[in-house]
Write a protein that binds this ligand. Sequence first.
Ligand code: SF4
Ligand code: SF4
Length: 118
Amino acid sequence: MLKDPPCAQCDACCCRKHGSKEFAVVLAPDEEELFREVAVTASVYSHDHRDRVIPFDADGNCVLLRDRLCSVHDRKPRLCRRFSCVNLYITRGPQHQDLLDECPELLALLEKGSWHQS
Ligand code: SF4
Ligand code: SF4
């Protein structure tokens, strides 16, 4: 079992543009209505499939990020709730690897921790 990520000490790295990511998060079909006012269309999983996604603003921040905090924390998209940089750090899987490469402060935080619960 892994501990929770150190979000209170982080600068919202995962909510900001990194690597070739063109949007902040993909919505599940049942979340599209909830985020209707900010979502845009993109082809994420295949060229002929249209998904609804939360975009980045001109500064590369998720449009729902305010002062480095998620403005919809209590109802944020499922993928955001599931994401943990700790899991990424432990497994070093290819997905989102650029997050660790491009956020040295986050990597330094993770390097300091002992992430397996005792
Ligand atoms: S990168 Fe990790 S520590 Fe930072 S906000 Fe995202 S989940 Fe939390
Ligand atoms: S919806 Fe919230 S948690 Fe998800 S990327 Fe945007 S600001 Fe971050």
